[in-house]
Design a protein around this ligand. Structure first.
Ligand SMILES: [Zn+2]
Length: 194
């Protein structure tokens, strides 16, 4: 009786084998997509499109890189499960290693390019510092995303959620936030009477 049930179970397992292999493949691709998002996030943090303060920088990169590796390892394991033989498994491992190495190279190139091309224009910074002095703005504000700096921490264009960072104008420029906010940080022209 119990044996019959077991045999039956085995049968359905074999029948379901194909579709479950397909499912594993799909899950594997989803994990790969998530891993690629992690790699993209690392590149965006390195070139400061996404701002992460210096004290959190290395930690954040390490956490995301670890998440990438975990996702890729699980994705590869799932694919290897679906392979019929040793050669197929090797192929998956090789492809995984090759993509990971390529992504690492891309991140390193992104870091090198951004460190070479993102030099602060001192005259641009000086002009922004003077404009801030004019407005009595000793501290400027910026967010994790975007390219603008703000003089008003309650500026209407700032999102309600999310961390607001603050510092000197030079800090903002180093964070690659070098454009004045249109609402609160535009240089005033002429005499503004109210
Ligand atoms: Zn603003």
């Amino acid at each position: 009786m119990a044996e019959d049930q077991r045999a039956e179970k085995k049968m359905t397992k074999v029948e379901g084998g194909r579709s479950s292999a397909g499912r594993l493949k799909t899950v594997s691709w989803v994990l790969w997509a998530a891993a690629l998002l992690c790699a993209a996030a690392v590149c965006l943090i390195i070139n400061r499109t996404i701002y992460v303060p210096a004290e959190n920088f290395a930690g954040r990169i390490a956490v995301i890189a670890a998440a990438y590796l975990l996702l890729v390892i699980i994705a590869a394991r799932l694919r290897i499960k679906g392979q019929k033989d040793e050669a197929g498994a090797r192929k998956v491992k090789r492809a995984t290693a090759a993509v990971t190495a390529a992504l690492a190279v891309i991140c390193i190139i992104a870091a090198a390019v951004s460190s070479v091309t993102d030099k602060i224009q001192e005259d641009e910074l000086r002009a922004a510092q003077l404009a801030a002095e004019d407005r009595g703005a000793e501290t400027v504000y910026w967010t994790a995303f975007g390219k603008h700096y703000h003089f008003d921490e309650y500026c209407q264009s700032l999102p309600e959620a999310g961390t607001l960072y603050e510092g000197s104008m030079r800090d903002a420029f180093e964070a690659k936030r070098r454009q004045p906010c249109e609402f609160c940080a535009m240089p005033q022209e002429g005499t503004d009477q109210e």
